[in-house]
Ligand binder design. Structure first.
Ligand SMILES: Nc1nc2c(ncn2[C@@H]2O[C@H](COP(=O)(O)OP(=O)(O)OP(=O)(O)O)[C@@H](O)[C@H]2O)c(=O)[nH]1
Ligand SMILES: [Mg+2]
Length: 452
């Protein structure tokens, strides 16, 4: 690990480009010494006062003035990384910042890899792995809901929930292991009942946490919703209504849309890539046929397909052909042009449906709510952010607890029961990174920005 080598890292912590303030951050055992050299001080200078802003001038190694600004010194372990950290806050000038970076290098600092500051914070126990991942999620948040959820995970809301279940799991494991030394008769039925009740409670809690984490991961990841259907049913009009702008061309001519059109929208803070496609039909027109082929191809990548049909025309044979041909992905039948009929027609039995007028805006709120529900998001919002990795680990833990429940029912294999619980605990610990995570670190932190 990098922190064992004891090197000092440096990076520009503010975004690239010109700005009011630009920050260079150093972390490691030489951070203070290098910071002092950058400010033209001798190696023998006394340490800077802790956590106090001081006005100083910044120099290159050959004594040329680079900039001036504020310095801050956070002695270990009370810093972001848990190591000595120094910040030089100068002007947001790309050239001055580059010069400071270069000068830091000459004084012995190494350029930080993406996410290395946060990786060090994790390795030094300043935060657990789920919190460290939440740092990146907060930085990359594209909606308020995502930022709020990431801030909750960063605060440790998710980690605490995992820790509580992990603690209960270990208690239960201790109970099971105690039983290994005694025969059934010694312990009696009360012991079995205690284990059974503990397992059932654990299973329920894990399930609830898995659902919350699933939502947190979906919120972070967003989703792809594809609009499909016959020509002229109002697919592009629906795209425009959801995007709240004239993104796609709408005309009364069937076969208007030919390309695959994409729009990024937010539904209750959930980022959605909305895709409008060419109306599906057999076409002799070379351009339209290519558009239809592309539409068919991209359908497979959706999390949800909105199958649009014309409420005035009712359910047509061509609609049924399209429905039969759609990949097995969640779908929602959208009756459009509700303004032209008194009531929406009957939907085919196996499809959930809603009715709207893309032109007049009728039914759009209920459609948005149904899209959210189909994407597995409930309207109360997410308690915390999570990642696929966490969801998988929680699911693994859940499987192992379910296995333990079966083993207990079958009776007679307490050692196997204990082993299942141990494996469940192991899976949970991977969420917060208490064990066995070395192979994950590179993967997780490489997706950070440099300077974080
Ligand atoms: N009355 C009414 N007309 C609508 C509604 N939605 C769309 N239209 C009209 O239906 C026609 C076709 O709309 P589009 O949105 O271009 O339909 P499309 O499914 O994208 O058509 P293609 O791209 O050709 O496949 C246009 O004249 C729209 O104005 C609606 O809710 N009510
Ligand atoms: Mg269209």
């Amino acid at each position: 690990m990098s922190y064992v080598q004891g090197d000092t890292i440096v990076a520009i912590a503010t975004p690239p480009g010109e700005g009011g303030v630009g920050i260079v951050r150093l972390s490691g055992p030489q951070a203070l010494r290098i910071g002092q050299r950058l400010c033209g001080q001798k190696p023998s200078s006394p340490p800077w006062p802790a956590r106090q802003a001081q006005f100083r001038r910044f120099y290159s190694p050959d004594g040329l003035r680079i900039d001036h600004g504020i310095t801050l010194y956070f002695p270990a372990p009370h810093s972001y990384t848990g190591e000595d950290v120094v910040e030089l806050q100068g002007h947001g000038s790309p050239l001055a910042l580059a010069a400071l970076l270069q000068a830091s290098g000459k004084h012995g600092a190494r350029a930080a890899r993406p996410g290395e500051f946060t990786e060090r914070a994790f390795l030094n126990g300043r935060m657990d792995l789920a919190q460290a991942e939440a740092v990146a999620d907060l930085i990359h948040a594209r909606s308020e809901a995502q930022a709020r959820a990431a801030a909750a995970s960063l605060e440790g809301v998710f980690s605490k929930a995992v820790a509580v279940i992990h603690g209960q799991l270990l208690q239960l494991l201790a109970l099971v292991e105690a039983g290994l030394d005694f025969s059934e008769e010694d312990l009696g039925a009360a012991h079995d009942i205690a284990i059974h009740e503990g397992l059932i409670a654990l299973q329920q809690q894990l399930l609830q946490l898995l659902q919350q984490a699933g939502q947190g991961a979906r919120l972070a990841r967003g989703g792809r919703v594809i609009i499909a259907g016959r020509p002229n049913v109002g697919k592009s009009s629906l795209m425009n209504a959801l995007a709240q702008r004239d993104a796609a061309i709408v005309t009364p001519v069937p076969g208007t849309t030919r390309d695959v059109l994409r729009e990024e929208i937010l539904l209750d803070g959930l980022p959605i890539e909305l895709i409008d496609t060419a109306g599906l039909r057999e076409s002799a027109d070379l351009v339209e046929a290519e558009g239809i082929a592309r539409a068919r191809q991209i359908l497979h990548s959706a999390q949800l397909i909105l199958l649009v049909a014309d409420a005035q025309a009712g359910w047509q044979q061509d609609d049924q052909i399209i429905l039969d041909e759609l990949p097995s992905i969640p779908k929602l039948l959208v009756w459009n042009k509700l303004d032209l009929v008194a009531n929406p027609p009957e939907a085919p039995a196996d499809a959930s449906a809603c009715a709207i007028s893309a032109l007049k805006g009728q039914g759009m709120n209920s459609l948005r709510a149904q899209i959210m529900a189909q994407m597995g998001m409930d309207h109360n919002g997410c308690a915390f952010s999570a990642r696929e990795r966490h969801v998988e680990a929680l699911a693994r833990a859940g499987d192992k607890v379910a296995e333990a429940v079966c083993l207990q029912k079958a009776a007679g294999h307490p050692e196997l029961l204990a082993q299942s619980l141990r494996e469940a605990a192991h899976a949970l610990a991977q969420v917060t990174g208490k064990i066995d995570v070395e192979d994950l670190l590179g993967e997780i932190f490489s997706r950070f920005c440099i300077g974080k």
